[in-house]
Design a protein around this ligand. Structure first.
Ligand code: 3AM
Length: 227
């Protein structure tokens, strides 16, 4: 039975390097911006990014009228693997260069459920949660291993719960009604498994409208068959 990865193993689990074949990842992470002197390395994090069809499915996902205006923009949707915070530029570049070494082939991830976190009575996030097959555990452990090997801090106080945040609600939002919760839950049942095609290093800037994520480096994630 699949279980949620609430805690990752602390070890330096490394995936076998994937070489050759149609599913080879890029050998090196594609630097999206690291040459740019303006890049800030604040609020950095590493996340999985969906492919275009998956993104479209999520965009069309109904979570009720109340959520309009609170939804995360489609091009910002991601599944966070590790939050690092501010890091020195040199280490950020090393992290970008090492990203490809962490990649494992990943099956499309089955959606576990739609939920409001921390709970519908005090909703702050509307999320999709995902089952956590072994390749995802390995990928997340590899990423954390890379981060630690570079002497970078990793925020481990939150357990790893694979999720995508679809909408953010202000503090003191009123409770979500059972009817509204049902809308999301039913929409989630209809969603196909989600394919994550890219592993991305991001920085995040806080703007008036909310956080804006900026890609710093990206690497392909090969597809593994669904079992
Ligand atoms: O993946 P989501 O969007 O749910 O909540 C932040 C966001 O999560 C989380 O990192 C993602 C990209 O910003 N985040 C922000 N600060 C964090 C921290 N100190 C954090 N996660 C862990 N520790």
């Amino acid at each position: 039975m699949r279980t949620l990865c609430r805690r990752l193993p602390d070890g330096q689990l490394r995936a076998a390097p994937l070489t050759g074949g149609a599913h080879s990842p890029r050998v090196e992470a594609m630097p999206v911006a690291p040459q740019d002197a303006d890049v800030d390395w604040h609020r950095t994090f590493i996340a999985l990014v969906p492919d275009a069809p998956t993104r479209s499915e999520w965009e069309a996902f109904g979570i009720g009228e109340d959520m309009i205006g609170r939804r995360v923009a489609a091009d910002q949707l991601h599944l966070t693997l590790a939050f690092l915070g501010s890091i020195p530029r040199e280490r950020g570049l090393a992290l970008a260069a090492g990203l490809a070494s962490t990649v494992t082939a990943l099956p499309a991830l089955k959606i576990e459920r739609f939920a409001y976190w921390p709970n519908p009575a005090h909703p702050r996030l509307a999320v999709l949660t995902f089952e956590c097959p072994q390749p995802l555990v390995e990928l997340a452990a590899n990423v954390r291993g890379l981060v630690r090997s570079l002497g970078l801090p990793i925020d481990d106080h939150r357990p790893f719960r694979p999720h995508v945040t679809l909408a953010r609600l202000p503090r003191h939002s009123r409770p979500v009604s059972p009817e509204a919760l049902l809308v999301g839950e039913q929409s989630a049942l209809a969603l196909p498994a989600s394919r994550f095609a890219t592993l991305m290093l991001y920085s995040s800037t806080l703007e008036r409208s909310g956080a804006r994520y900026r890609p710093l480096a990206a690497v392909d994630v090969p597809a593994a068959p669904l079992d």
